[in-house]
Design a protein around this ligand. Structure first.
Ligand SMILES: Nc1ncnc2c1ncn2[C@@H]1O[C@H](COP(=O)(O)OP(=O)(O)OP(=O)(O)O)[C@@H](O)[C@H]1O
Ligand SMILES: [Mg+2]
Length: 213
């Protein structure tokens, strides 16, 4: 089956065009997780720093045996938040669980585009994306706080986070900001989940320095 992306993260299939994909291939394609990170951004490739008391909780979450459905990675740039989010996403995909990854700003863009074409009666892409964010077993929202804040954007994010909160469905969030700097209703819901603070120097800078050596 050939899949055409009609909106970021929303695919339409043309049956009979190619060989059927396996369930895993389909889940990977629908997840939005860049395929290029399949080998690099894994729990197995994580280089441990000194005190990582949160590691057992992460392993549990990756295995699907979490206590709290919300998990948030906080920290300055390059500290591995996206790496961790992808790594857990890959672990869920390997167990044939559906995953949906979006950078917050890209999700809002996709919703905005879907919303305006829906208003013109063109497509139901807007609701399809919203349903994906609700139905996927694991939702990953990367870079909270980096989005362009508007009332509409805040209310859409609130709607998505609150749906998953009410239904106790797993959500991984990442942010550069302290939770009290996010919109209050979102920050408060995230703060009830597991919080992992990643600290230290940017891994990107460190990597570049060691490449030079
Ligand atoms: N502990 C680590 N072990 C191995 N690789 C790491 C580690 N921390 C970060 N990296 C790598 O460093 C790069 C930057 O990490 P990442 O993109 O996850 O940072 P980030 O916290 O999401 O940054 P930003 O806030 O800028 O989005 C990636 O290539 C990632 O795989
Ligand atoms: Mg990141």
């Amino acid at each position: 089956m050939t899949w055409t992306q009609i909106f970021p993260g929303v695919y339409e299939g043309i049956p009979g065009e190619q060989q059927e994909e396996t369930e895993l291939e389909l889940y990977v394609r629908l997840s939005n997780i860049p395929i290029e990170t399949m080998k690099t951004h894994r729990l197995e490739t994580w280089q441990h720093r000194s005190s990582e008391s949160w590691w057992p909780q992460i392993k549990q979450y990756a295995d699907g045996s979490y206590n709290r459905p919300f998990l948030t990675f906080l920290g300055t740039v390059g500290t591995g938040k996206t790496h961790m989010a992808f790594a857990i996403g890959w672990a869920w995909l390997a167990r044939s669980r559906s995953v949906l990854y979006y950078q917050v700003e890209n999700l809002l863009d996709a919703l905005r585009r879907g919303y305006s074409s829906w208003q013109k009666g063109d497509s139901d892409g807007y609701y399809t994306i919203l349903q994906f964010t609700q139905n996927t077993e694991l939702l990953i929202l990367d870079d909270f706080g980096a989005q362009h804040e508007t009332e509409w954007a805040t209310s859409k994010l609130d709607q998505i986070v609150d749906y998953r909160y009410i239904h106790k469905k797993p959500l991984i969030a990442t942010t550069n900001l302290a939770l009290d700097r996010l919109p209050a209703r979102i920050g408060d819901r995230l703060s009830e989940g597991v919080l992992v603070h990643l600290a230290g120097e940017s891994f990107r800078k460190k990597q570049k320095a060691s490449d030079k050596e």
